[in-house]
Design a protein around this ligand. Structure first.
Ligand code: 2RA
Length: 330
């Protein structure tokens, strides 16, 4: 099993290497791909050295799977070229997510949609993945009517340069390349990605469109506000959910506790709730502060936290690859 890793030197690429090793993914050959300036450099995977190669070299090697985390334009140009030689691409960018003929997959929810014919598979946006992991089981039981999500997103979602900006500002060094329009330390920026239609950011539009596709349900309404905060461990989300049907809080907690990949941390008397500092490096989606919305019936508030580089990106992509393998789709 040859696996290409496109974007091997990026933050998500590095986490994918870690996850592939942790989960003992049965690859026989790793083909790391990065920008031309990195070609020839060596990366270490499971104690073995692999040379970074060019995109064309990787395509010519015809890997069974190509894990992409290299941005939308690179994926638009090269994913079809891998697919043309028979490679199945799992792409972390937003390039293919909303294409009608491309699958947008969170394995715990809709992996069964996958077939041998799917040669370019989209990994959802990180803040979407952690949201739908919680919305899906509750939707099945109580029928979603409307969702309001406000996110508090880690700087790791923007990349290494953003982490460097935050750390430099914490150290009092303002003479650092600015990724954001403002200082991020001691601040909260109500802008994740660029502004787009109707004064929503692209991040908010992803949160308002991807969940319906993944869950196969266009019947509920969703609105989002995405905020960048000076945090590194993961994304947090405050979520208000109105259902068509009434619910019982204990039953909600039980449903979520029994959902693979979700951990309920909800004991406010002892200040037990999810936090990015403790979610970092873990693959689960943590949910807490589960409580009735006292302002209206059939409505719930909750707090959802996950490491955006792991379940929000690398782990979800590797889980898709595992599903393809287990079901002989590659
Ligand atoms: C972010 N979800 O957090 C986006 C892309 N990783 O910036």
């Amino acid at each position: 099993m040859k696996v290409a890793l496109v974007g091997a030197t990026g933050m998500v690429g590095q986490v994918m290497l870690k996850v592939l090793e942790e989960r003992n993914f049965p690859l026989t050959e790793l083909i790391p791909v990065a920008s031309e300036k990195s070609v020839g450099k060596v990366i270490n995977f499971k104690g073995k050295e692999y040379q970074i190669v060019s995109m064309q070299t990787a395509i010519d090697m015809k890997p069974e799977i190509a894990l992409f985390s290299a941005g939308g334009s690179t994926s638009l140009e090269f994913a079809p070229k891998f697919a043309a030689v028979g490679t199945t691409v799992i792409d972390n960018s937003s390039a293919w997510r909303m294409e009608a003929d491309k699958k947008l997959i969170v394995p715990e929810i809709n992996a069964k949609e996958l077939s041998k014919e799917d040669k370019i598979i989209a990994n959802p946006n990180c803040s979407t993945i952690q949201l739908v992991m919680v919305l899906h089981p509750l939707n099945l039981k109580y029928n979603l009517k409307r969702v309001i999500v406000s996110t508090y997103q880690s700087v790791t979602g923007t990349g290494k340069n953003a982490v460097d900006q935050l750390n430099a500002e914490i150290a009092g060094n303002s003479d650092v390349a600015k990724v954001y329009p403002y200082e991020i330390f001691k601040n909260a920026l109500p802008q994740c990605d660029v502004f787009s239609n109707d004064d929503y950011t692209k991040e908010e539009i992803k949160l308002m469109t991807e969940p319906k596709k993944i869950m196969g349900d266009q019947t509920f309404n969703i609105t989002a506000t995405a905020v960048r905060v000076p945090v590194q461990g993961g994304h947090s989300e405050s979520v208000n959910i109105e259902f068509e049907n009434d619910f019982d809080l204990d039953e909600v907690r039980k449903i979520l506790s029994n959902t693979p990949g979700v951990i309920v941390l909800d004991d406010v008397k002892n200040s037990i709730y999810p936090m990015p500092l403790y979610a970092e490096g873990k693959d689960e989606v943590f949910v807490g502060r589960i409580r009735k919305d006292l302002s209206q019936p059939k409505t719930l508030n909750m707090w959802i936290v996950a490491d955006n580089l792991r379940k929000g990106a690398a782990t979800n992509a590797v889980q898709i690859a595992e599903y393809l393998l287990e079901n002989k789709l590659v």
